[in-house]
Design a protein around this ligand. Structure first.
Ligand code: SF4
Length: 184
């Protein structure tokens, strides 16, 4: 989930919208670590049916529909791991913006920080970001943008094209540099 400008444009399903058929949001496993969000132990959940088109996609299996229903898994994962984590990070956006928003809200109800890794080039290109405005602070705390380009490296590389933003009281702040500070 590190990304590009030729991202497919998608019809956005507003919370009351019903223009596009809803699909379930699927995930492919999960892991816990401290690499995805600076200074936080994070439960990271890769989402299936990625609609992005990163130049050097590192996880092509996430572009298929293989996966299990996140709505069924997430409550149990939160209950099991909440004592050990501070944040839940969704890797990719899947193909159901409304279901993603529901998942973010469930995490916030559990008083966990929330994060999303997107392959979109800009925050404004992310459907769930558009739905959240202007109340994004309630549902989403961290957003990663930029497609994955092998030659530019990951977030902890000084040459990276990707950016991590944190939603603060003064708006979305670029904290990409924190990845390099954290790992010195
Ligand atoms: S966001 Fe990019 S790297 Fe991740 S699965 Fe989608 S196309 Fe691949």
């Amino acid at each position: 989930m590190k990304k590009k400008p030729s991202c497919k444009t998608r019809t956005i399903n507003g919370e009351k919208g019903h223009e596009r058929k809803q699909h379930m949001l699927k995930h492919v496993g999960y892991y816990i670590g401290r690499d995805d969000i600076p200074r936080m132990t994070t439960l990271s959940i890769p989402l299936a049916e990625c609609q992005r088109d990163c130049q050097d996609c590192h996880s092509p299996w996430l572009k298929t529909s293989e996966g299990v229903d996140l709505a069924e898994s997430l409550p149990g994962l939160i209950e099991k791991y909440k004592p050990f984590i501070q944040c839940i990070c969704f890797l990719g956006e899947g193909d159901d913006t409304k279901a993603l928003l529901d998942a973010l809200r469930l995490c916030k109800q559990a008083k966990l920080q929330t994060a999303l890794y997107s392959g979109a080039e800009y925050l404004e290109d992310i459907p769930v970001y558009q739905l959240l405005q202007p109340n994004a602070k309630r549902e989403l705390d961290y957003l990663k943008v930029g497609q994955f380009k092998q030659d530019y490296g990951d977030l902890d590389c000084i040459s990276t094209n990707q950016r991590m933003f944190e939603h603060t009281a003064v708006g979305w702040v670029n904290i990409t540099r924190d990845f390099r500070v954290e790992r010195r």
